[in-house]
Write a protein that binds this ligand. Structure first.
Ligand SMILES: NC(=O)c1ccc[n+]([C@@H]2O[C@H](COP(=O)([O-])OP(=O)(O)OC[C@H]3O[C@@H](n4cnc5c(N)ncnc54)[C@H](O)[C@@H]3O)[C@@H](O)[C@H]2O)c1
Length: 435
């Protein structure tokens, strides 16, 4: 606003609007400027047409029906490529160049920032969908921008865009975090899970398999693949054939798809099963986040209990611990073995639980929040609805401990304190927590 005002007040260019008293000269000038105006209008129109037809995103507009749901994003051109290159440039001696999908998301933002801090090259990719308040994604984008990470706006289903990115940068690693998260949204938009968690994953793996050199891929699966298992703690070797939500089913299918690309094309793949990640810049659709919002608003919060008054508990894992697990997975990932779409030998295939190993009842989470917020919550105890939530999660992390040196160090009390501090400062800046 202030900037516009400033422009409006700017003094006219000297002599630009000077009146000429002779009608003849006036006419000549008038004709002259009309010709100039027409000339420049043609040039301008020409430039717009050239830009439109040369833009790769418009070239790649879908005639193929499977791509019709893609929004058109603006990408391409020398200035854009320069930004892509500069963001992905490695600045440390043994650094890697990582494409982080879902970089404007909760985990993606933290992982991107951590990689950049230690000198790796990082390029983000995100479609900024409105599953939850996109202004939070924009704020995370601004944060990353300040540390030198560029987030390309686009969809993982856009093969032309992904191929272009690999043409511009020879990424050594892909950290794949873009997905449709959350279990309850499946009632509203089941297609979004197929679009991002299945079709998008296949598209990304296709492009990775064709890249030369092929990158190593680390990607986020979920603890939800353990579904309704009752054997605790959940170990990577346990069954994963009882999903309780469409989200879990697509994550499980994703693991099978990853396995297939590893087996056929020699892609190095590491799947990470995250357990309820929380922390600053978190996701507004998660209980710890909307409990905080609703307790502060004085709204009643639903607390679920399992059958026979059983406790609902989660293995809450602090974001910094998850980030360490992601970085360790990237650091220990072996090279893919394929080239030109062909496998040359067996490639690494791993799956790790990244949890905290100490499940906490959801009612205890609320008690901690009450203490930190200094507000008593209005609790409404309800039966756990059958819409995808499972009664409890508990990770066995011995594999990650052994192979990644993963060791979570933040307990729920400490982590929530950091979350609440962030929440209060973020939303006291005039921003509204929607919902
Ligand atoms: N946060 C958790 O507790 C948790 C637990 C288990 C698994 N995970 C998984 O970890 C990953 C990251 O989760 P998060 O909590 O950061 O979620 P998030 O929703 O904050 O981040 C995901 C990002 O991906 C983007 N995205 C979605 N579909 C896309 C597409 N088709 N193309 C491009 N971008 C797309 C979204 O805009 C979003 O910014 C996801 O795969 C999620 O399923 C998270």
């Amino acid at each position: 606003m202030t900037q516009l005002k400033h422009l409006d007040n700017s003094p006219p260019t000297p002599g630009k609007f000077k009146m000429d008293k002779s009608p003849y000269i006036h006419r000549l000038r008038w004709h002259g400027s009309l010709a100039k105006l027409t000339f420049w209008s043609f040039i301008f129109l020409g430039l717009i047409l050239i830009f439109f037809f040369r833009s790769p995103s418009s070239n790649s507009l879908p005639s193929d029906p499977s791509r019709r749901s893609l929004r058109t994003y603006n990408w391409g051109g020398p200035a854009w490529e320069k930004r892509v290159r500069s963001s992905a440039r490695v600045r440390s001696r043994h650094g890697m160049s990582v494409l982080v999908t879902g970089a404007a998301g909760f985990v993606g933002t933290h992982v991107s920032a951590a990689l950049k801090r230690r000198g790796d090259g990082v390029l983000g990719l995100d479609c900024f969908n409105d599953y939850y308040d996109p202004s939070l994604k924009r704020a995370r984008q601004a944060l990353l921008e300040r540390s030198g990470v560029f987030i390309v706006e686009g969809d993982i289903n856009d093969s032309a865009l992904l191929s272009k990115l690999f043409e511009v940068v020879a990424f050594t690693h892909v950290m794949h975090l873009a997905a449709q998260a959350g279990v309850r949204y499946a009632m509203e938009n089941p297609g979004s899970y197929v679009h991002s968690n299945i079709a998008g994953l296949v598209n990304l793996l296709e492009v990775c398999k064709n890249a030369n050199p092929q990158p190593a891929i680390v990607w986020a699966s979920s603890s939800s693949v353990y579904g309704l298992n009752t054997k605790v703690p959940f170990s990577e070797r346990d069954r994963t054939d009882q999903p309780a939500s469409l989200y879990a089913a697509t994550k499980k299918a994703g693991e099978e798809i990853a396995h297939t690309y590893n087996h056929i094309y020699g892609l190095s793949l590491t799947g990470l099963r995250f357990f309820t990640v929380y922390g600053p810049w978190g996701r507004p659709d998660m209980a710890y986040f909307f409990f905080t919002r609703d307790i502060l608003k004085g709204k009643t919060i639903p607390i679920f209990e399992a059958a026979n008054h059983g406790t609902v508990a989660r293995d809450f894992t602090y974001i910094d611990d998850i980030v360490k697990g992601c970085l360790a997975s990237l650091d220990t990932a072996e090279k893919s073995t394929g080239s030109g779409g062909k496998k040359k030998g067996p490639a690494q295939l791993r799956v790790f639980n990244l949890g905290n190993t100490s499940p906490v009842p959801v009612s205890d989470l609320v008690t901690i929040l009450e203490r930190l917020l200094k507000v008593k919550a209005k609790r409404n105890i309800m039966k756990l609805p059958r819409n995808g939530d499972v009664p409890f999660t508990h990770a066995n992390i011995s594999s990650a401990q052994r192979e990644l040196g993963y060791k979570p160090t933040t307990d729920l009390q400490t982590g929530l304190k950091k979350f609440v501090r962030w929440y209060v400062s973020y939303y006291s800046g005039g921003k509204k927590a929607s919902g």
